[in-house]
Every structure is written in C-alpha cells, then in structure tokens.
Design a protein around this ligand. Sequence first.
Ligand SMILES: NC(=O)c1ccc[n+]([C@@H]2O[C@H](COP(=O)([O-])OP(=O)(O)OC[C@H]3O[C@@H](n4cnc5c(N)ncnc54)[C@H](OP(=O)(O)O)[C@@H]3O)[C@@H](O)[C@H]2O)c1
Length: 189
Amino acid sequence: MKTQYYTASSLDGFIATPDDSLEWLFPLGDINATGYPAFIAEVGALAMGSSTYEWMLRHVVRPNTAHPGAWPYEQPAWVFSSRSHAPVPGARIRFVRGDVRPVHAEMRAAAGGKNLWLVGGGDLVGQFHDAGLLDEVIVQVGSVTLGSGKPLLPRRITQPSLRLVAARRIGDGFAELRYEVPRAPGPAA
Ligand SMILES: NC(=O)c1ccc[n+]([C@@H]2O[C@H](COP(=O)([O-])OP(=O)(O)OC[C@H]3O[C@@H](n4cnc5c(N)ncnc54)[C@H](OP(=O)(O)O)[C@@H]3O)[C@@H](O)[C@H]2O)c1
C-alpha cells in the first residue's frame, strides 16, 4: 500500500491557473494514453482539498443543472475543508479538517490493501509529506507554461531529494515522471 500524489502539472509547476481553470490541460492528450487507467485500478481510497472538490462539482457533478453528472470515483473519498459542503448523493465522501494523520489511518483502513491517492492540491499533499506519509509523486508534466497558479507541491524537499524511478514520453503533450519519496534519515544510532 502506497500513498501517492498523482497529478498533471504545467512545465513551470502549476496544477491549475490562479482561478482554478484546467482548460490548458485537456488539449494536451488523452487520459487513457497515460498511466491513469492502471493507476486508478490500484487505488483504494482518495483525498482532496476543497478547491479540487469544488472543481469536481462545477465541472463533473454539476448539481442543479439540466445535465448533472455522476461522482467519478467508486473508492471512498475524504475532502478536507474548514467549511460545510453539500454532499453528492450516492457518493462515498467524508468531509474532514485539520491533522492529516488520523485521516490517513482511516483511509488505510478503508482501502483494502490498495493504494491511497492524494488528488491535490499541492499544499494538502505537503501536509501529508510533512507528516512522513507521502511515498510517491507521479506527475504528467504538460508541454505548457502558465506563469502563475496553484502550485504542484509547495515544499522544499532537497535532502534527501526525490528519487526519479521512471520517465515516459506521452506523445508531444506530456512527460510522465514517477518519483519515490525517500524517508528522511533518522537520528544517528
Ligand atoms: N492538474 C491536475 O491534474 C489537478 C489535480 C488536482 C487538482 N487540480 C486543481 O488544482 C486546484 C487545487 O487547488 P488548491 O491548490 O487550492 O488546493 P485544494 O487542496 O484543492 O484546496 C485547498 C483548500 O482545501 C482546504 N484544506 C486544505 N487542507 C486542509 C486541512 N488540513 N483542513 C481543512 N481544510 C483544508 C482549505 O480550504 P477551506 O478550509 O476554505 O475549505 C484550502 O484552502 C483546483 O483547481 C483543482 O481542480 C488539478
């Protein structure tokens, strides 16, 4: 069981524009040509912050519109927010706040031995990393720059550095990079 941050990013390290648009992302390639189908098949639980949840509501679920959509995940999802949100009927969503560690324990217990997906955003993933709970970062780096926006992972991770374990070209729109997150060395014995 691994805790994985799987996301797409611009070349300059943003996962969305400042106003949470992903319009730049979809023309870059077909999600089914990426590692996503194999990745999601191994996910047992997922977590996201409220901006990501609200994006899903606006663009996928679209409640109270003529053409609402379904919540896209069968796996249980934890949404971090300090505010109250309307639930999505039929979706397995729990709203949580604060310390990520007890939530991570709940996710592990629910995941049936499968991986945990940190959907984003970057600071929420940083909170898991701060707690020593992030194992892998898998990024589809898109062939665009945004100049500003929501950061991929706003933390300084240098010593030890991430370990690049795979790099794959996906057409001319993406490079898929997979990194392992080494554990910081413990105190000398
Ligand atoms: N490129 C991609 O593949 C990709 C992937 C994922 C997301 N995205 C997009 O990237 C953007 C990410 O937005 P974002 O950077 O603002 O991150 P986010 O994690 O989606 O949302 C951040 C918000 O979550 C809440 N939150 C975070 N940690 C919390 C905690 N421990 N306890 C309680 N609440 C907490 C806070 O808001 P409140 O307390 O006010 O609710 C915080 O402002 C979204 O537009 C999303 O759609 C893109």
